[in-house]
Design a protein around this ligand. Structure first.
Ligand SMILES: [Zn+2]
Length: 310
């Protein structure tokens, strides 16, 4: 979609221009050159946020190639109409593809869709977005109850959202997709792992605070944030501030870094995934994120939550 095309181009530009680009690229080379072997799970990447692009011929083949090159597993956000082809691909390539169902919460038959996705082997939902009511509206609870019963991960768009239409009226409001709405869902449905896309952009502080108190809440930093903040990434240390304070909330691997509440998500064209990975590395460097935590963010946490094959 145009947003993703735009973001892919924007992140590619961010890497290919500017004084830091060579350093970033060599860092990237270093990160992957000696850690791409399948027998080195430490270098594994799990991308929470890959949209299935049915309009791109050969998309699944290209994804498999990228997965092999980057040692990457994609959570593939799949429109309901394309559920079967992705379910089959995931069965054939369980190390590369984890199927997620991209449903509309306002669709009259959404509960039936979710049940069918479960029977096809889907592992979660997302990206939920463009809702007609706030995410915590009780009319959506039957969907969350199913996700809770299945122990699923659910990826929600959070924060500002693109405008598709400039000339026609549209019923879209980012206020319905604020990260604060996820807090209630995480508490009511404790077996759902709630993942907020885009870290609530620009409500990072609310996103982080909700993640701090809720072991089943994580955020990805896809979208425009790492481009917008590229000159001031260290500011994230003020948002994720509680590292090493022995916070009494369970974290993956009991990691004491506040940054462990982040997971990698690209929300990019396949050609832009590497540059988003580079942006994450720049954030890690600017915020002195420990090596162990970097691995959890880039894939360790999601591999564990999803029980991915090694
Ligand atoms: Zn989104």
């Amino acid at each position: 979609m145009s947003r993703r095309g735009f973001l892919g181009a924007a992140s590619a530009t961010a890497v290919s221009s500017g004084a830091g680009s060579l350093a970033e690229l060599s860092l990237f080379g270093k990160l992957f050159s000696d850690e791409t072997a399948a027998d080195k799970p430490a270098g594994r990447i799990v991308d929470m946020h890959v949209h299935f692009d049915e309009k791109k011929p050969g998309f699944l083949d290209d994804l498999l190639k990228l997965a092999d090159r980057m040692n990457l597993t994609a959570c593939l956000l799949t429109p309901f109409a394309h559920r079967r082809v992705v379910a089959d691909a995931a069965k054939q390539h369980p190390r590369q593809i984890v199927p997620f169902g991209f449903v509309e919460l306002d669709a009259p038959d959404v509960v039936r869709q979710v049940e069918e996705l479960h029977s096809l082997g889907f592992r979660g939902l997302g990206e939920l977005e463009f809702v007609k009511k706030p995410y915590n509206d009780p009319s959506y609870f039957p969907v969350y109850e199913l996700a809770n019963r299945y122990g699923w991960l659910v990826l929600f768009h959070t924060g500002i959202v693109l405008r598709k239409n400039f000339d026609e009226p549209e019923d879209v409001a980012s206020g319905r997709m604020r990260p604060i709405h996820l807090e209630e869902l995480a508490r009511r449905f404790p077996k759902i792992t709630v993942v907020g896309a885009h870290c609530g952009n620009p409500e990072y502080e609310w996103a982080a605070e909700i993640a701090r108190w809720n072991p089943n809440v994580f955020f990805d930093l896809s979208g425009s944030t790492l481009t917008k903040m590229r000159g001031r990434l260290a500011e994230f240390q003020r948002i994720f501030w509680w590292s090493d304070l022995n916070w009494s909330v369970k974290t993956p691997n009991n990691d004491p870094s506040a940054f462990v509440k982040l997971v990698f998500g690209s929300d990019s064209d396949l050609s832009g995934v590497e540059s988003v990975a580079n942006q994450y590395q720049a954030l890690f460097d600017a915020c002195d994120v420990p090596e162990q935590t970097r691995k959890m963010i880039m894939g360790g946490t999601l591999a564990k939550l999803l029980g991915l094959p090694g």
